[in-house]
Write a new protein. Structure first.
Length: 215
């Protein structure tokens, strides 16, 4: 049987992406204690200074205001200029998305849905179940979640204190890579998110202020 070039190409792409191997340690002095957990523990409002780097060298500096409730997974997000002009605002409650404002360049198709998915990946523990815990070959502590939408999410803790989240497609390709650093006052001060899509982008988030809404 002769395979078409298209089928061969698809097989080739599939073979290029495999999930990193997670194994239990056989060393007594290196035992797994707990899954890394950089996520919010209670409903919180956060204000970040955000640099948005897009393919083609496009760069925007904005202010992001997020209210996130891990108990209900409700999200409210706003993006504004340093002068206070609201460029984008959306709310998601019980999976229902309400876009209240979307000005260029934040008005393109699927921006709101993708943005809120990114926010949930940053601040909420993955949905689904933990299917593997242990260590990567490079030494990071790792917990692997199989999410409800067939994506895989790894939550990692490196020896240097850096916490990371990696979200993989069903084919094993990294779709999102998040790095948390500078933990102080109960919150990570710096968050970097890299999105690898057809149009890739990077968010550099520096915390300005965070508080529980009741305060």
């Amino acid at each position: 049987m002769k395979l078409s070039p298209l089928i061969i190409f698809i097989f080739f792409l599939s073979a290029c992406h495999t999930l990193p191997v997670i194994t239990k340690s056989s060393s007594p002095e290196k035992t797994f204690s707990a899954c890394p957990n950089p996520f919010l523990k209670q409903k919180t409002t956060l204000i970040h200074a955000i640099e948005v780097h897009m393919s083609g060298g496009i760069k925007n500096a904005v202010i992001g205001v997020t209210e996130a409730d891990p108990a209900t997974r409700a999200i409210s997000c706003a993006i504004m200029t340093a002068e206070g002009m609201v460029l984008f605002e959306a709310v998601e409650i019980d999976g229902s998305l309400d876009i209240r404002r979307a000005l260029p360049p934040f008005d393109f198709a699927n921006f709101a849905r993708n943005m809120l998915e990114d926010v949930k990946l940053i601040f909420f523990e993955p949905r689904g179940k933990i299917e593997m815990i242990g260590f990567l070959p490079s030494g990071e502590t790792a917990c692997r979640w199989q999410s409800d939408n067939s994506d895989t999410v790894d939550v990692l803790k490196a020896g240097n204190g850096l916490t990371e989240v990696k979200r993989y497609s069903g084919g094993g390709k990294v779709k999102r890579h998040i790095k948390f650093s500078g933990f102080a006052g109960g919150f990570y001060q710096n968050i970097e998110l890299r999105a690898q899509e057809i149009a890739s982008y990077t968010l550099l988030m520096n915390l300005i202020e965070a508080w529980p809404p009741e305060n």
